[in-house]
Design a protein around this ligand. Structure first.
Ligand code: FES
Ligand code: FES
Length: 179
């Protein structure tokens, strides 16, 4: 049986057609085939969040997704979060508030935060039921909510306090959820 396939991946709005072994993860395809090394490999087991990208707007740990399964999805990596030379408000907030130390977890934290802010704006629909949570429309994204919603993104430097501050600040930036 065939062990590789040609897939077309749509990443940051560009289509890339590559032949990949069926076992290739989206993470390895991004880094090693497309040269998009902003997405980091930490654990390669779905536990650290360093490899978080957005797939059709949803947070995805790219080390647990096969590249062949990403065909047809709109993948956004840290390289595609900014609008040209204009940083995304989440990126700007991480810079302004020192939301990192070594920076290794940062691309995943930022991708995750972009989606968290959009989820909050949408009223945290439950993944299981689609029901909108009772706190829908709450004006403030609290530190507790951010901690809970980003608990899949680990930071070995322990920069959590400033990460949470940066995400909260970005959430207060007008228009962030529409980016
Ligand atoms: Fe994917 Fe750690 S590298 S979750
Ligand atoms: Fe170093 Fe988070 S800033 S791992």
């Amino acid at each position: 049986p065939a062990t590789s396939s040609t897939v077309t991946l749509t990443v940051n709005g560009e289509k890339h057609t590559v032949a990949v072994d069926h076992r290739t993860t989206l993470l390895d395809a991004l880094r090693e085939r497309l040269g998009l090394t902003g997405t980091k490999k930490g654990c390669d087991q779905g536990q650290c969040g360093a490899c978080t990208v957005l797939a059709d707007g949803r947070r995805t740990v790219s080390c647990l997704q096969l590249a062949v399964a990403a065909e047809g999805q709109e993948v956004t990596t840290i390289e595609g979060v900014a609008d040209g030379d204009r940083l995304h408000p989440v990126q700007q907030a991480f810079l302004d508030l020192d939301g990192y130390q070594c920076g290794y977890c940062t691309p995943g934290q930022i991708c995750s935060a972009v989606a968290v802010i959009e989820e909050h704006a949408a009223g945290w629909p439950s993944a299981a039921t689609g029901d909108v949570r009772p706190d829908a429309g709450a004006p403030e994204l609290t530190a507790e909510e951010i901690g809970e919603r980003m608990s899949g993104n680990l930071c070995r430097c322990g920069a959590y306090a400033s990460i949470v501050q940066a995400v909260a600040a970005a959430a207060r930036t007008p228009g962030t959820e529409a980016e």
